[in-house]
Design a protein around this ligand. Structure first.
Ligand SMILES: O=C(COP(=O)(O)O)[C@@H](O)[C@H](O)[C@H](O)[C@H](O)COP(=O)(O)O
Ligand SMILES: [Mn+2]
Ligand SMILES: [Mn+2]
Length: 345
């Protein structure tokens, strides 16, 4: 599946990041999101592939976002026959978040990225737009920490696996009222908490890289982001578990339907009969081949943000592949107007 796709998807996330970064700090989160979606779609539709969006921006509305079920790639276009024989191409599934951290972009804060994950058809869990309880940790702790255990127990296990005191551990938690007790428990156990306002995909992936000073992600974020995080962590060998949250009382945001029963019924319709199932990274991104790509919009721990200069821009991306077993940090200079100076660093 990989071939040139690994290279093309770098440009997909780069274009989305560049488009969105033009709206950095302008307080317009919807525009920052929409331009990223459009740029991502435009570049994806130039790729010689038969793609289908399984995780997109709008689950229920079919426009203008990259919606679930939308077909992307040259070989899905009405004039496909002029370019390819669609029947010869492997069908692929794509999970996208063109602007992960729209608030971060709108307010000029660190940690936003354009991200996507790709696998062959059926290789990515088509998560509903529910919340998800998540646990991410470094590879050394994979299979040892467990989302069913308490934060205190997991911190003890992490401390043993990473050979560092609990006091030397840093846990990222989204700064939400629903995490009040979790934050208290982590602090009481002795670990340090890094609160983030948005962007838990970046935090999850950071766990897989020593040197980020992030040793775990705990708490509840969005389920689609959980699948994208799982795709990256599966390729990197890190630990990721996710459990759908279907009870609105748990998150108290009113964002996941009106009732627990209604949500369970919706999950049932989707073929999810056990709403409490804990999914690990291999189940959320189960395909034989999995690719992840992300490009920094604003600066982050993993990647720098988009930096413009006269006549061009510079981006930093991360492309991870289960097939080639690589995590590539790609630094790209984009030349538009024959700039007079191109800075080396
Ligand atoms: O921060 C996030 C927002 O993503 P986006 O809408 O694409 O900018 C994600 O990283 C979170 O996983 C998640 O969407 C969030 O926790 C759910 O929203 P909230 O109710 O504010 O916690
Ligand atoms: Mn997001
Ligand atoms: Mn988004």
């Amino acid at each position: 599946m990989e071939n040139t796709l690994g290279l093309e998807i770098i440009e997909v996330v780069e274009q989305a990041a560049i488009a969105s970064s033009k709206w950095m700090g302008k307080g317009e989160k919807n525009i920052a999101d929409q331009v990223a979606v459009e740029a991502m779609r435009e570049r994806m539709n130039k790729i010689h592939m038969r793609g289908r969006i399984v995780i997109g921006e709008g689950e229920r509305d079919e426009a203008p976002m990259l919606y679930i079920g939308e077909e992307v790639g040259i070989c899905t276009q009405p004039d496909a026959k002029n370019f390819c024989n669609p029947d010869e191409l492997v069908e692929i599934d794509i999970a996208v978040d063109p602007c992960e951290g729209t608030n971060l972009v709108a307010y000029g804060q660190n940690g936003s990225m354009a991200v996507l994950a790709i696998s062959e058809k059926g290789g990515l869990f088509a998560a509903p737009d529910f919340y998800m309880k998540k646990l991410a940790a470094p590879a050394a702790a994979r299979g040892h920490v467990d989302i069913n255990k308490s934060a205190t127990e997991n911190l003890k296990i992490l401390s043993e696996c990473l050979n560092r005191a609990v006091e030397e551990l840093v846990v990222v938690v989204m700064d939400r009222p629903r995490h009040k007790e979790l934050i208290q428990e982590i602090r009481t156990a002795g670990a340090r908490v890094r609160l983030i306002s948005d962007g838990d995909v970046s935090a999850a992936i950071c766990c897989a890289f020593a040197g980020t000073n992030i040793h775990a992600l705990m708490g509840i974020g969005a389920a689609p982001e959980g699948v994208i995080s799982a795709a990256a962590l599966r390729c990197l060998g890190g630990h990721f578990q996710g459990q759908l949250i279907y009870d609105p009382a748990v998150v108290q945001t009113g964002l996941i339907g009106e009732s627990r029963e209604g949500n369970l019924a919706r999950l049932n319709e989707m073929g999810i009969t056990d709403g409490d199932k804990v999914y690990n990274a291999d189940e959320l991104a189960s395909g034989e081949t999995v690719l992840f790509a992300g490009c920094g919009i604003t600066p982050g721990t993993l990647m720098d943000g988009v930096r413009f200069f006269h006549g061009g821009a510079r981006t930093q991306s991360l492309v991870i592949s289960s097939q080639s077993k690589t995590a590539r940090f790609v630094d790209t200079v984009h030349l538009w107007d024959e700039p007079k100076t191109i800075q080396l660093r």
